[in-house]
Design a protein. Sequence first.
Length: 93
Amino acid sequence: MLTTCRLSRSSMPLWNKNVNCLESKRCPKCGYDDEIIVSAMMRVSLTDDGTDPYGDNVHQNDVEYNDDSYAKCPECEYEGKLKEWNIKEEKHE
Ligand SMILES: [Zn+2]
């Protein structure tokens, strides 16, 4: 199952932290939750000059990734799969 998160250039209100793409996600090692480096798939314009994700003919540049995508924490450099970033609900039995 692929997750699609639309690139948005509009800024979210500051108090609205992590309710969209990063909802319920944080680094499993250090807990950093502002940013995750993810290896994702997206459409780019490939020309002789190189690649351009914002080329005029790229009408849809959704970024696709899933729980098994490579992910890296920019804060502590932890590397793993994106699903490791999911905040697990602690179960007390
Ligand atoms: Zn981290």
